[in-house]
Structure formats: structure tokens, C-alpha cells
Design a protein around this ligand. Structure first.
Ligand SMILES: [Zn+2]
Length: 162
């Protein structure tokens, strides 16, 4: 079976989806009332999800370049994403290469819980800038975009829920 809300696989006889918490109702029949509850539940869950990225800062001294620390920056809100569109953040990571493999760390905050996920980009074509954005996909999934509005690369699909 598949959860009607987040499309995760759900075992037979389970009362709630283990991924998003939506009740697995026998009456998931597409009636207007069911659809209203589903839409309301989805937008409430999405409104709790914030996607952040770990950004490193560097110091230049006489002995060379060293890492000065890192901080989490908000990249976007799940509720702002639309399928097939990239929502760009104000993050511009000049250091990200696109002609070789690189990994960034995301933190997905979900109400009171959070989890971290490493996102690796394979070597691809070179993009001239490294702005960071989120591309909406199916419900509760997205891709990380690196580049600029007219020229960007996308990560593999990332799930918002665990
Ligand atoms: Zn679900």
C-alpha cells in the first residue's frame, strides 16, 4: 500500500503512516470530505518543515586558508515549494565546484525533530555561480539546486520526512 498523503510505502493493517502520520483510512476514496482532510493535513505538515544548509566560513592568514567555523542557514520553507519550480535562497556559495564531486550537508527541521542529510553532487557541467535553491518535486520531496536562475544543476531527490 501507499500512503495517500506522502506516498511512502505503508504495511497492510497499519493505522497511521509511519512517515507522515496520516491515518490509513479504508475510506480513502477521493470523496470531497476525504480530500479536504488530506489537503489540510498536508499543508499543516509542510508548514512545519524548514530546510537548512551548513555553510563554512574561512580565514586567510599568513599560514594559508583555514576553516573558521560553520553555521546553519535557512535555504527554504517546504510550504513555499512548487513542483517543477526552483525557489532560490539568498545563499551564494562561491566555493562550490561543479566540475568535480562535492557534498553539502542539509538539516531538515520538522516541528520538534530534525535530521541531517549529506547531499552529493556528481561531477557535471560547470555553472558560473553557486546560488542555492530548492526545486519542488512530488509532495514531501525536493532537489537541491546549485547555480543561477538560468543555469543550474540539481541533486538527486531528497525526502523531507524520514
Ligand atoms: Zn504518509
Amino acid at each position: 500500500m501507499e500512503c495517500n498523503c506522502c506516498h511512502a510505502a505503508v504495511a497492510e493493517g497499519v493505522a497511521k503512516c509511519p512517515s507522515c502520520g496520516f491515518p490509513v483510512l479504508a475510506a480513502g476514496d477521493g470523496s470531497p470530505e476525504y480530500n479536504r482532510i488530506l489537503t489540510e493535513f498536508r499543508s499543516k505538515r509542510l508548514s512545519q518543515i524548514i530546510i537548512e544548509m551548513q555553510v563554512y566560513s574561512y580565514e586567510v592568514s599568513s599560514s594559508g586558508v583555514s576553516e573558521a567555523g560553520s553555521a546553519w542557514h535557512t535555504v527554504g520553507l517546504a510550504s513555499a515549494l512548487k513542483a517543477g519550480e526552483v525557489v532560490w535562497s539568498d545563499l551564494d556559495c562561491e566555493a562550490l565546484p561543479s566540475d568535480r564531486s562535492f557534498t553539502v550537508r542539509l538539516r531538515i527541521r520538522n516541528g520538534g525533530t530534525q535530521r541531517e542529510q549529506a547531499v552529493t553532487f556528481s561531477p557535471g557541467r560547470t555553472v558560473s555561480r553557486s546560488c542555492i535553491g530548492l526545486a519542488g518535486e512530488d509532495v514531501f520531496t525536493f532537489r537541491l539546486a546549485v547555480g543561477s536562475k538560468d543555469d543550474y544543476i540539481l541533486s538527486d531527490t531528497i525526502r523531507m520526512l524520514s
